[in-house]
Write a protein that binds this ligand. Structure first.
Ligand code: N2P
Length: 343
């Protein structure tokens, strides 16, 4: 009965337009580009009467810089696991008792209390996946076999490569290729990484963390840095593309919802966290962005091709090494290397 009254009110609120939006409030959602399905936002607005405003970023680095600059105005953001601990230690996140939310029971036990948030005090799950590179299958001189194609491309591939515009994920891939541990701040390791990134730089056409799907579709590039979901979307749109599982391995990541410090609409952000742990809602994100999620009961709402897609299934024997939180010395050094590279 109570539920009925609430939904009637929400319905009335929507009919009343902007006045109602004010009544139910606002939610300012800051997420990666191309990561939030419109239909999910519409469903949330309809069910809650809360009016959502979206803003987007291209990388963890951009998100971190924005939060550090004291930018207020965001109620929800989506960092990757290795950035959560930085944000927590810098006091950039609100605490939130995710475990007490009604839909928390839907989270796969193996993703409950994850390493980056053991008490589930700051994060609720969004999506997880891998970072690698992808190639146009109709292009010359490209192969998925090794990260060599990405870092030291030869022939026609050189000059037709697109690389993410921020160093963290690229450095992790370089570490895999060079056989280094992640975040290795010894000077010899840093020198080797710098040399490799300079070699790659000669073959790079575009540095960008957005628009990969279009650049490959139009054959602007034939080799591209890629997340598995974007590569799957490109393939489903008809682009001859292969997401690569190089023998040196891939970078793994897990993205979560967090509430930035000082969020004005804290309660609405919590409402969204709980909403997204509903299987049907989480499935909407995976069906759009094409990544895996931590809500097992969402499976029945998922497009069947997700279960078998090569982009979502790592072949046996290929390592996925989960990205780590690097120390300040490494971050400073790689920033310096990167800045020089991009001059
Ligand atoms: C999709 C963003 C993927 C997030 N465009 C990678 N962590």
């Amino acid at each position: 009965m109570k539920k009925h009254v609430i939904s009637t009110l929400a319905g009335a609120a929507i009919l009343a337009g902007s006045v109602s939006a004010q009544a139910a409030g606002e939610l300012n959602f800051y997420n990666w580009t191309d990561y939030t399905p419109d239909d999910l936002i519409e469903k949330f607005e309809k069910e809650t009467g809360i009016n959502v405003t979206m803003d987007t970023y291209d990388s963890n680095e951009t998100l971190l810089a924005k939060l550090k600059s004291g930018a207020v105005g965001y109620d929800l953001a989506v960092p990757s696991s290795n950035f959560v601990s930085i944000m927590v230690s810098e006091g950039l996140l609100e605490e939130v008792d995710v475990k007490s939310m009604p839909n928390y029971k839907n989270v796969d036990p193996r993703w409950q209390g994850p390493a980056w948030d053991p008490e589930q005090k700051y994060t609720s799950p969004y999506q997880y996946g891998t970072t690698s590179f992808a190639v146009r299958t109709d292009a010359a001189d490209v192969t998925c076999e090794s990260l060599k194609t990405f870092f030291e491309p030869e022939g026609e591939a050189c000059g037709n490569v697109s690389v993410f515009a921020t160093p963290e994920e690229v450095a992790s891939m370089a570490a895999l290729y060079l056989g280094q541990p992640y975040c290795d701040d010894r000077s010899d390791s840093l020198k080797a990484m710098q040399k490799l990134l300079q070699t790659q730089n000669k073959c790079v056409k575009v540095y960008s963390s957005e628009g990969m799907i279009d650049r490959v579709a139009t054959k602007t590039v034939t080799v591209t840095n890629a997340w598995n979901g974007d590569a799957m979307r490109a393939r489903l749109e008809g682009t001859p593309i292969e997401y690569c599982y190089p023998k040196e391995g891939l970078v793994g990541w897990f993205d979560s919802l967090v509430i930035p410090k000082g969020a004005e609409n804290y309660e609405n952000a919590k409402t969204f966290m709980n909403f997204l742990m509903e299987p049907e809602n989480m499935a909407m994100v995976s069906n759009f962005a094409r990544y895996s999620n931590a809500i097992p009961a969402s499976t029945e709402f998922l497009d069947p091709e997700l279960a078998t897609a090569p982009e979502a299934n790592v072949p046996d024997g290929i390592e996925v090494r989960v990205s780590e939180t690097c120390g300040p010395k490494f971050v400073k050094s790689i920033d310096k290397i990167w800045t020089k590279l991009r001059q």
